[in-house]
Design a binder for this molecule. Structure first.
Ligand SMILES: Nc1nc2c(ncn2[C@@H]2O[C@H](COP(=O)(O)OP(=O)(O)OP(=O)(O)O)[C@@H](O)[C@H]2O)c(=O)[nH]1
Ligand SMILES: [Mg+2]
Length: 442
Protein backbone atom coordinates (compact mmCIF):
# COMPACT_ATOMS: atom_id res chain seq x y z
CA UNK A 1 0.00 0.00 0.00
CA UNK A 2 1.33 3.35 -0.98
CA UNK A 3 0.94 5.69 1.96
CA UNK A 4 0.89 8.74 -0.26
CA UNK A 5 -2.40 7.58 -1.65
CA UNK A 6 -3.83 8.32 1.71
CA UNK A 7 -2.44 11.81 2.26
CA UNK A 8 -6.06 12.57 1.93
CA UNK A 9 -6.42 11.82 5.63
CA UNK A 10 -3.61 14.11 6.79
CA UNK A 11 -5.86 16.95 7.85
CA UNK A 12 -7.89 14.54 9.96
CA UNK A 13 -4.92 13.40 12.01
CA UNK A 14 -6.25 9.91 12.38
CA UNK A 15 -4.50 7.72 14.90
CA UNK A 16 -5.14 4.44 13.17
CA UNK A 17 -3.18 3.91 10.01
CA UNK A 18 -4.42 2.87 6.70
CA UNK A 19 -2.40 -0.34 6.67
CA UNK A 20 -4.03 -1.38 9.91
CA UNK A 21 -6.57 -2.78 7.53
CA UNK A 22 -5.13 -5.52 5.43
CA UNK A 23 -7.53 -8.39 5.56
CA UNK A 24 -6.10 -10.04 2.50
CA UNK A 25 -2.35 -10.31 2.54
CA UNK A 26 -0.48 -11.73 -0.42
CA UNK A 27 0.10 -15.07 1.30
CA UNK A 28 -3.64 -15.47 1.48
CA UNK A 29 -4.38 -15.53 -2.18
CA UNK A 30 -5.73 -19.07 -2.33
CA UNK A 31 -9.00 -19.95 -0.70
CA UNK A 32 -11.85 -22.34 -0.13
CA UNK A 33 -15.34 -20.90 -0.06
CA UNK A 34 -17.91 -22.23 2.35
CA UNK A 35 -21.56 -21.71 3.17
CA UNK A 36 -24.25 -23.22 5.35
CA UNK A 37 -27.37 -24.49 3.67
CA UNK A 38 -30.52 -25.62 5.42
CA UNK A 39 -32.11 -28.91 4.35
CA UNK A 40 -34.72 -26.92 2.47
CA UNK A 41 -32.29 -24.83 0.40
CA UNK A 42 -32.10 -25.86 -3.23
CA UNK A 43 -28.62 -26.85 -4.42
CA UNK A 44 -28.84 -24.36 -7.32
CA UNK A 45 -29.52 -21.50 -4.92
CA UNK A 46 -26.49 -22.45 -2.84
CA UNK A 47 -24.34 -22.82 -5.95
CA UNK A 48 -25.45 -19.41 -7.14
CA UNK A 49 -24.62 -17.68 -3.91
CA UNK A 50 -21.21 -19.36 -3.81
CA UNK A 51 -20.60 -18.30 -7.40
CA UNK A 52 -21.25 -14.74 -6.41
CA UNK A 53 -18.81 -15.10 -3.52
CA UNK A 54 -16.32 -16.52 -6.02
CA UNK A 55 -16.66 -13.42 -8.21
CA UNK A 56 -16.11 -11.27 -5.15
CA UNK A 57 -13.02 -13.30 -4.23
CA UNK A 58 -11.63 -13.02 -7.75
CA UNK A 59 -12.18 -9.28 -7.73
CA UNK A 60 -10.12 -9.24 -4.52
CA UNK A 61 -7.37 -11.20 -6.33
CA UNK A 62 -7.94 -14.48 -4.53
CA UNK A 63 -7.75 -17.83 -6.34
CA UNK A 64 -10.65 -20.03 -5.40
CA UNK A 65 -9.56 -23.67 -5.10
CA UNK A 66 -12.79 -25.19 -3.87
CA UNK A 67 -16.40 -24.46 -2.92
CA UNK A 68 -18.20 -26.35 -0.18
CA UNK A 69 -21.39 -26.14 1.78
CA UNK A 70 -22.54 -27.88 4.90
CA UNK A 71 -26.15 -28.87 5.27
CA UNK A 72 -27.55 -28.02 8.66
CA UNK A 73 -30.54 -26.07 9.78
CA UNK A 74 -28.88 -24.01 12.45
CA UNK A 75 -25.40 -22.65 12.75
CA UNK A 76 -23.16 -24.02 15.48
CA UNK A 77 -23.11 -21.22 18.00
CA UNK A 78 -19.39 -21.14 18.70
CA UNK A 79 -17.95 -22.16 15.34
CA UNK A 80 -20.68 -21.49 12.74
CA UNK A 81 -19.99 -24.83 10.99
CA UNK A 82 -20.02 -28.19 12.76
CA UNK A 83 -16.80 -29.33 14.36
CA UNK A 84 -16.35 -32.54 12.36
CA UNK A 85 -16.99 -30.65 9.17
CA UNK A 86 -14.36 -28.05 10.04
CA UNK A 87 -11.77 -30.75 10.76
CA UNK A 88 -12.52 -32.28 7.41
CA UNK A 89 -12.29 -28.96 5.57
CA UNK A 90 -9.00 -28.24 7.29
CA UNK A 91 -7.55 -31.46 5.84
CA UNK A 92 -8.91 -30.69 2.39
CA UNK A 93 -7.44 -27.21 2.53
CA UNK A 94 -4.03 -28.57 3.44
CA UNK A 95 -4.15 -31.01 0.55
CA UNK A 96 -5.24 -28.38 -1.94
CA UNK A 97 -2.83 -25.74 -0.68
CA UNK A 98 -5.60 -23.28 0.22
CA UNK A 99 -4.59 -20.92 2.99
CA UNK A 100 -7.83 -19.10 3.61
CA UNK A 101 -11.44 -20.06 4.27
CA UNK A 102 -14.02 -17.54 3.13
CA UNK A 103 -17.45 -17.84 4.69
CA UNK A 104 -20.47 -16.61 2.81
CA UNK A 105 -22.00 -14.72 5.71
CA UNK A 106 -20.87 -12.39 8.43
CA UNK A 107 -19.24 -14.41 11.22
CA UNK A 108 -19.47 -13.22 14.76
CA UNK A 109 -16.07 -12.18 16.13
CA UNK A 110 -16.23 -15.16 18.51
CA UNK A 111 -16.93 -17.67 15.74
CA UNK A 112 -14.03 -16.41 13.66
CA UNK A 113 -11.73 -16.55 16.66
CA UNK A 114 -12.74 -20.09 17.56
CA UNK A 115 -12.33 -21.41 14.03
CA UNK A 116 -8.86 -19.91 13.84
CA UNK A 117 -7.77 -21.06 17.27
CA UNK A 118 -9.30 -24.54 17.44
CA UNK A 119 -8.98 -25.62 13.81
CA UNK A 120 -5.99 -23.58 12.69
CA UNK A 121 -7.90 -22.27 9.75
CA UNK A 122 -7.39 -18.65 8.78
CA UNK A 123 -10.96 -17.51 8.19
CA UNK A 124 -12.56 -14.36 6.85
CA UNK A 125 -16.15 -13.58 5.95
CA UNK A 126 -17.95 -12.12 2.96
CA UNK A 127 -18.01 -8.69 4.55
CA UNK A 128 -14.23 -8.65 4.80
CA UNK A 129 -13.92 -9.52 1.11
CA UNK A 130 -16.28 -6.71 0.15
CA UNK A 131 -14.49 -4.25 2.43
CA UNK A 132 -11.21 -5.25 0.87
CA UNK A 133 -12.56 -4.61 -2.65
CA UNK A 134 -13.96 -1.28 -1.57
CA UNK A 135 -10.63 -0.44 0.03
CA UNK A 136 -8.77 -1.08 -3.20
CA UNK A 137 -11.26 0.60 -5.50
CA UNK A 138 -11.82 3.79 -3.51
CA UNK A 139 -10.36 6.72 -5.40
CA UNK A 140 -11.92 9.95 -4.22
CA UNK A 141 -11.56 11.45 -0.78
CA UNK A 142 -15.23 10.91 -0.10
CA UNK A 143 -15.08 7.23 -1.05
CA UNK A 144 -11.91 6.66 0.96
CA UNK A 145 -13.34 8.30 4.05
CA UNK A 146 -16.47 6.20 3.81
CA UNK A 147 -14.56 2.96 3.33
CA UNK A 148 -12.27 3.77 6.22
CA UNK A 149 -15.28 4.42 8.41
CA UNK A 150 -16.84 1.08 7.47
CA UNK A 151 -13.55 -0.69 8.17
CA UNK A 152 -13.21 0.84 11.60
CA UNK A 153 -16.80 0.02 12.48
CA UNK A 154 -16.18 -3.56 11.41
CA UNK A 155 -12.90 -3.75 13.29
CA UNK A 156 -14.16 -2.40 16.58
CA UNK A 157 -15.95 -5.49 17.93
CA UNK A 158 -13.26 -7.74 16.49
CA UNK A 159 -10.25 -6.36 18.29
CA UNK A 160 -9.86 -9.49 20.35
CA UNK A 161 -9.72 -11.56 17.25
CA UNK A 162 -7.15 -9.24 15.77
CA UNK A 163 -5.03 -9.50 18.87
CA UNK A 164 -5.07 -13.22 18.48
CA UNK A 165 -3.07 -12.67 15.34
CA UNK A 166 -0.16 -11.17 17.05
CA UNK A 167 2.47 -13.66 16.10
CA UNK A 168 1.66 -13.00 12.51
CA UNK A 169 2.24 -9.30 13.15
CA UNK A 170 -0.90 -8.30 11.45
CA UNK A 171 -4.21 -6.78 12.16
CA UNK A 172 -3.32 -4.99 15.33
CA UNK A 173 -4.09 -1.36 15.70
CA UNK A 174 -0.96 0.68 15.64
CA UNK A 175 -0.24 3.86 17.41
CA UNK A 176 0.35 6.93 15.30
CA UNK A 177 4.08 6.44 15.74
CA UNK A 178 3.77 3.52 13.39
CA UNK A 179 5.36 0.81 15.48
CA UNK A 180 3.19 -2.09 16.40
CA UNK A 181 2.04 -1.99 19.95
CA UNK A 182 2.00 -5.50 21.19
CA UNK A 183 1.38 -7.97 23.91
CA UNK A 184 -0.50 -6.04 26.52
CA UNK A 185 -3.75 -7.91 26.41
CA UNK A 186 -6.99 -6.49 27.69
CA UNK A 187 -5.57 -3.13 28.58
CA UNK A 188 -4.21 -2.63 25.11
CA UNK A 189 -7.51 -3.67 23.57
CA UNK A 190 -9.16 -0.94 25.63
CA UNK A 191 -6.67 1.62 24.34
CA UNK A 192 -7.15 0.46 20.76
CA UNK A 193 -10.87 0.64 21.15
CA UNK A 194 -10.60 4.23 22.27
CA UNK A 195 -8.30 5.11 19.38
CA UNK A 196 -10.68 3.59 16.88
CA UNK A 197 -13.68 5.33 18.41
CA UNK A 198 -11.90 8.66 18.24
CA UNK A 199 -11.11 8.11 14.57
CA UNK A 200 -14.69 7.13 13.85
CA UNK A 201 -15.82 10.40 15.40
CA UNK A 202 -13.33 12.40 13.34
CA UNK A 203 -14.37 10.77 10.08
CA UNK A 204 -18.05 11.15 10.88
CA UNK A 205 -17.45 14.80 11.57
CA UNK A 206 -15.78 15.30 8.19
CA UNK A 207 -18.44 13.33 6.37
CA UNK A 208 -21.14 15.41 8.04
CA UNK A 209 -19.63 18.54 6.59
CA UNK A 210 -19.52 16.91 3.15
CA UNK A 211 -23.19 16.06 3.56
CA UNK A 212 -23.99 19.63 4.66
CA UNK A 213 -22.23 20.96 1.61
CA UNK A 214 -24.24 18.65 -0.61
CA UNK A 215 -27.48 19.79 1.00
CA UNK A 216 -26.58 23.39 0.15
CA UNK A 217 -25.82 22.44 -3.45
CA UNK A 218 -29.05 20.51 -3.59
CA UNK A 219 -31.03 23.61 -2.62
CA UNK A 220 -29.34 25.60 -5.34
CA UNK A 221 -30.44 23.21 -8.02
CA UNK A 222 -33.76 22.23 -6.57
CA UNK A 223 -35.69 23.06 -9.72
CA UNK A 224 -33.59 20.88 -12.00
CA UNK A 225 -34.88 17.34 -12.32
CA UNK A 226 -32.51 14.67 -11.16
CA UNK A 227 -32.01 11.15 -12.44
CA UNK A 228 -29.88 8.53 -10.75
CA UNK A 229 -28.64 5.22 -12.09
CA UNK A 230 -28.98 2.39 -9.60
CA UNK A 231 -28.57 -1.36 -9.90
CA UNK A 232 -26.64 -4.44 -9.01
CA UNK A 233 -22.90 -4.19 -9.34
CA UNK A 234 -21.66 -4.89 -12.89
CA UNK A 235 -25.10 -4.33 -14.45
CA UNK A 236 -23.69 -1.71 -16.82
CA UNK A 237 -24.62 1.55 -15.06
CA UNK A 238 -21.37 3.33 -15.88
CA UNK A 239 -21.47 2.12 -19.49
CA UNK A 240 -24.96 3.54 -19.85
CA UNK A 241 -23.94 6.75 -18.11
CA UNK A 242 -21.03 7.19 -20.50
CA UNK A 243 -23.23 6.45 -23.51
CA UNK A 244 -25.62 9.20 -22.41
CA UNK A 245 -23.10 11.81 -21.32
CA UNK A 246 -19.61 11.08 -22.68
CA UNK A 247 -18.37 11.37 -19.11
CA UNK A 248 -15.69 8.69 -19.43
CA UNK A 249 -16.44 7.02 -16.09
CA UNK A 250 -14.37 3.87 -15.48
CA UNK A 251 -16.05 0.76 -16.81
CA UNK A 252 -14.72 -2.64 -15.82
CA UNK A 253 -15.83 -6.20 -15.77
CA UNK A 254 -15.32 -6.17 -12.03
CA UNK A 255 -17.59 -5.91 -9.07
CA UNK A 256 -17.71 -2.43 -7.55
CA UNK A 257 -15.74 -0.63 -10.25
CA UNK A 258 -17.60 2.54 -9.24
CA UNK A 259 -17.55 3.65 -5.63
CA UNK A 260 -18.44 7.29 -5.80
CA UNK A 261 -20.91 9.30 -7.73
CA UNK A 262 -20.42 11.38 -10.84
CA UNK A 263 -23.02 13.86 -11.99
CA UNK A 264 -23.44 15.37 -15.44
CA UNK A 265 -25.97 17.47 -17.27
CA UNK A 266 -28.13 15.72 -19.77
CA UNK A 267 -30.05 17.54 -22.48
CA UNK A 268 -33.57 16.21 -22.74
CA UNK A 269 -36.30 17.03 -25.23
CA UNK A 270 -38.30 18.81 -22.55
CA UNK A 271 -37.53 21.10 -19.72
CA UNK A 272 -34.03 21.68 -21.07
CA UNK A 273 -31.37 20.06 -18.93
CA UNK A 274 -31.66 17.47 -16.24
CA UNK A 275 -28.81 16.09 -14.16
CA UNK A 276 -27.93 12.44 -14.11
CA UNK A 277 -25.70 10.62 -11.61
CA UNK A 278 -23.84 7.36 -11.79
CA UNK A 279 -23.14 5.78 -8.43
CA UNK A 280 -22.03 2.75 -6.42
CA UNK A 281 -23.63 -0.58 -7.26
CA UNK A 282 -25.44 -2.83 -4.82
CA UNK A 283 -25.10 -6.51 -4.00
CA UNK A 284 -27.12 -8.96 -1.95
CA UNK A 285 -26.53 -8.63 1.78
CA UNK A 286 -24.49 -5.50 1.40
CA UNK A 287 -22.69 -5.16 4.72
CA UNK A 288 -24.68 -2.92 6.96
CA UNK A 289 -21.71 -0.73 7.87
CA UNK A 290 -21.07 -0.02 4.23
CA UNK A 291 -24.59 1.16 3.55
CA UNK A 292 -24.46 3.37 6.63
CA UNK A 293 -21.00 4.71 5.79
CA UNK A 294 -21.84 5.51 2.20
CA UNK A 295 -24.50 7.99 3.21
CA UNK A 296 -22.82 10.91 1.45
CA UNK A 297 -22.57 9.02 -1.84
CA UNK A 298 -26.04 7.55 -1.58
CA UNK A 299 -27.53 11.02 -1.15
CA UNK A 300 -27.55 11.20 -4.93
CA UNK A 301 -30.03 8.33 -4.92
CA UNK A 302 -32.31 9.73 -2.22
CA UNK A 303 -32.40 13.03 -3.97
CA UNK A 304 -33.47 11.77 -7.39
CA UNK A 305 -36.79 12.42 -9.12
CA UNK A 306 -36.37 9.26 -11.15
CA UNK A 307 -34.26 6.14 -10.69
CA UNK A 308 -33.02 4.24 -13.71
CA UNK A 309 -32.77 0.75 -12.31
CA UNK A 310 -30.24 -0.97 -14.57
CA UNK A 311 -30.44 -4.76 -14.81
CA UNK A 312 -28.11 -7.20 -16.56
CA UNK A 313 -30.84 -9.28 -18.18
CA UNK A 314 -28.30 -11.70 -19.63
CA UNK A 315 -27.66 -12.94 -16.10
CA UNK A 316 -30.00 -15.78 -15.22
CA UNK A 317 -30.35 -14.47 -11.68
CA UNK A 318 -31.51 -11.03 -12.72
CA UNK A 319 -34.82 -11.31 -10.88
CA UNK A 320 -33.04 -11.95 -7.57
CA UNK A 321 -30.81 -8.99 -8.23
CA UNK A 322 -33.76 -6.71 -8.88
CA UNK A 323 -35.21 -7.72 -5.52
CA UNK A 324 -31.89 -7.21 -3.73
CA UNK A 325 -31.54 -3.73 -5.20
CA UNK A 326 -35.09 -2.86 -4.17
CA UNK A 327 -34.25 -4.04 -0.68
CA UNK A 328 -31.26 -1.71 -0.42
CA UNK A 329 -33.36 1.12 -1.86
CA UNK A 330 -35.84 0.52 0.91
CA UNK A 331 -33.06 0.63 3.48
CA UNK A 332 -31.91 4.01 2.28
CA UNK A 333 -35.44 5.35 2.07
CA UNK A 334 -35.49 5.56 -1.69
CA UNK A 335 -38.17 2.98 -2.43
CA UNK A 336 -40.78 5.66 -2.97
CA UNK A 337 -38.94 7.30 -5.87
CA UNK A 338 -40.30 6.35 -9.27
CA UNK A 339 -38.27 3.81 -11.15
CA UNK A 340 -37.75 2.96 -14.77
CA UNK A 341 -36.45 -0.54 -15.22
CA UNK A 342 -33.70 -0.75 -17.84
CA UNK A 343 -33.01 -4.27 -19.08
CA UNK A 344 -29.41 -3.94 -20.26
CA UNK A 345 -27.05 -6.25 -22.17
CA UNK A 346 -29.74 -7.39 -24.61
CA UNK A 347 -26.88 -8.01 -27.06
CA UNK A 348 -25.57 -10.88 -24.99
CA UNK A 349 -28.79 -12.26 -23.52
CA UNK A 350 -30.16 -15.43 -25.09
CA UNK A 351 -33.64 -15.11 -26.55
CA UNK A 352 -35.39 -17.35 -24.01
CA UNK A 353 -33.94 -15.18 -21.28
CA UNK A 354 -35.24 -12.04 -23.00
CA UNK A 355 -38.67 -13.62 -23.26
CA UNK A 356 -38.71 -14.25 -19.53
CA UNK A 357 -37.63 -10.70 -18.84
CA UNK A 358 -40.31 -9.27 -21.15
CA UNK A 359 -42.98 -11.35 -19.51
CA UNK A 360 -41.95 -10.43 -15.98
CA UNK A 361 -41.40 -6.75 -16.77
CA UNK A 362 -43.54 -5.59 -19.66
CA UNK A 363 -42.90 -1.95 -18.76
CA UNK A 364 -39.13 -2.18 -18.83
CA UNK A 365 -37.01 -0.69 -21.61
CA UNK A 366 -34.66 -3.15 -23.29
CA UNK A 367 -31.32 -1.70 -24.27
CA UNK A 368 -27.70 -2.44 -24.94
CA UNK A 369 -25.58 0.25 -23.38
CA UNK A 370 -22.47 -1.23 -24.97
CA UNK A 371 -23.89 -1.26 -28.50
CA UNK A 372 -25.90 1.90 -27.82
CA UNK A 373 -29.11 0.20 -28.93
CA UNK A 374 -32.57 1.52 -28.05
CA UNK A 375 -31.23 4.46 -26.10
CA UNK A 376 -33.59 6.85 -27.91
CA UNK A 377 -36.56 4.85 -26.75
CA UNK A 378 -35.15 4.97 -23.24
CA UNK A 379 -34.82 8.75 -23.44
CA UNK A 380 -38.45 9.03 -24.55
CA UNK A 381 -39.54 6.96 -21.59
CA UNK A 382 -37.47 9.14 -19.28
CA UNK A 383 -39.18 12.20 -20.72
CA UNK A 384 -42.56 10.62 -20.17
CA UNK A 385 -41.83 9.77 -16.59
CA UNK A 386 -39.98 12.91 -15.64
CA UNK A 387 -42.17 15.44 -17.40
CA UNK A 388 -45.34 13.41 -17.91
CA UNK A 389 -44.69 13.92 -21.60
CA UNK A 390 -47.80 13.71 -23.74
CA UNK A 391 -48.18 13.09 -27.45
CA UNK A 392 -50.78 15.49 -28.84
CA UNK A 393 -52.15 16.61 -32.16
CA UNK A 394 -52.93 20.30 -32.31
CA UNK A 395 -54.15 22.80 -34.83
CA UNK A 396 -52.83 26.36 -34.51
CA UNK A 397 -54.37 29.26 -36.41
CA UNK A 398 -51.78 31.51 -38.07
CA UNK A 399 -52.62 34.21 -35.55
CA UNK A 400 -50.89 32.15 -32.84
CA UNK A 401 -47.37 32.86 -34.05
CA UNK A 402 -46.05 33.31 -30.50
CA UNK A 403 -47.42 30.00 -29.37
CA UNK A 404 -45.81 28.39 -32.40
CA UNK A 405 -42.38 29.68 -31.53
CA UNK A 406 -42.94 28.70 -27.89
CA UNK A 407 -43.76 25.17 -29.07
CA UNK A 408 -40.61 25.02 -31.10
CA UNK A 409 -38.66 25.86 -28.01
CA UNK A 410 -40.45 23.71 -25.44
CA UNK A 411 -41.99 20.77 -27.25
CA UNK A 412 -40.71 18.05 -29.48
CA UNK A 413 -42.23 18.54 -32.92
CA UNK A 414 -42.95 15.22 -34.58
CA UNK A 415 -44.63 16.67 -37.67
CA UNK A 416 -45.72 20.09 -38.84
CA UNK A 417 -48.00 20.76 -41.80
CA UNK A 418 -48.95 24.17 -43.11
CA UNK A 419 -52.57 24.27 -44.26
CA UNK A 420 -54.96 27.01 -45.48
CA UNK A 421 -56.24 28.25 -42.14
CA UNK A 422 -53.37 27.24 -39.86
CA UNK A 423 -50.77 24.70 -38.92
CA UNK A 424 -51.42 21.10 -38.05
CA UNK A 425 -48.87 19.75 -35.62
CA UNK A 426 -48.08 16.54 -33.90
CA UNK A 427 -46.05 17.27 -30.78
CA UNK A 428 -44.82 15.71 -27.60
CA UNK A 429 -45.08 18.08 -24.70
CA UNK A 430 -44.49 18.11 -21.00
CA UNK A 431 -47.63 17.48 -18.95
CA UNK A 432 -46.95 20.69 -17.05
CA UNK A 433 -47.21 22.69 -20.25
CA UNK A 434 -50.39 21.18 -21.54
CA UNK A 435 -52.57 24.05 -20.35
CA UNK A 436 -50.73 26.42 -22.70
CA UNK A 437 -52.13 24.71 -25.78
CA UNK A 438 -55.23 23.13 -24.28
CA UNK A 439 -57.73 24.87 -26.55
CA UNK A 440 -55.89 23.92 -29.74
CA UNK A 441 -55.83 20.19 -29.12
CA UNK A 442 -57.69 18.25 -31.80
N1 LIG B 1 -22.37 -7.27 -23.66
C1 LIG B 1 -22.59 -6.17 -22.97
N2 LIG B 1 -21.77 -5.84 -21.98
C2 LIG B 1 -22.03 -4.70 -21.28
C3 LIG B 1 -23.14 -3.87 -21.58
N3 LIG B 1 -23.14 -2.84 -20.71
C4 LIG B 1 -22.05 -3.02 -19.91
N4 LIG B 1 -21.38 -4.13 -20.25
C5 LIG B 1 -20.14 -4.67 -19.62
O1 LIG B 1 -20.42 -5.01 -18.28
C6 LIG B 1 -19.29 -4.76 -17.43
C7 LIG B 1 -19.65 -3.86 -16.30
O2 LIG B 1 -20.01 -2.59 -16.79
P1 LIG B 1 -20.02 -1.29 -15.89
O3 LIG B 1 -20.63 -0.19 -16.71
O4 LIG B 1 -18.69 -1.05 -15.26
O5 LIG B 1 -21.05 -1.76 -14.78
P2 LIG B 1 -21.51 -0.97 -13.44
O6 LIG B 1 -22.96 -1.29 -13.25
O7 LIG B 1 -21.14 0.45 -13.53
O8 LIG B 1 -20.65 -1.75 -12.35
P3 LIG B 1 -20.14 -1.24 -10.89
O9 LIG B 1 -19.66 0.16 -11.00
O10 LIG B 1 -19.06 -2.20 -10.61
O11 LIG B 1 -21.29 -1.39 -9.97
C8 LIG B 1 -18.23 -4.17 -18.36
O12 LIG B 1 -17.38 -5.19 -18.77
C9 LIG B 1 -19.05 -3.63 -19.54
O13 LIG B 1 -18.32 -3.56 -20.74
C10 LIG B 1 -24.01 -4.26 -22.66
O14 LIG B 1 -24.99 -3.61 -23.02
N5 LIG B 1 -23.68 -5.42 -23.31
MG1 LIG C 1 -19.93 1.59 -12.40
Amino acid sequence: MNHNDYDIFDDLELETQIDDWEPLASDESTAFLAALGSQADKPEALEASLSELERLAETANIDVLGKYFQRRNKQEKGTYFGKGWLEDIHQKMLQAGANLLIVNEELSPMQARNIERDFEIRVIDRTEVILSIFHNHAKTREAKLQVKLAELEYQLPRLKKLWGHFDKERGSVRSSGGSATRGMGEKQIEIDRRIIKRDITRINHTLSSIIKQKITQRKQREKIKKICLVGYTNAGKSTLFNALTDAGVLVEDKLFATLDSTTRQLKMDFGGNVVISDTVGFISNLPHHLVASFKATLMEVEDADLLLHVVDCSDEHFQDYIEQVDKVLEEIDAAKISQLLIMNKTDQAISSQLDIARKLHPDAVFVSALKQENLDLMRQRIDQMLFQALSLNIFLPYTEARLLSWLHEKAKIISEEYQDSGISLSVVISGEDRYQIEKFIV
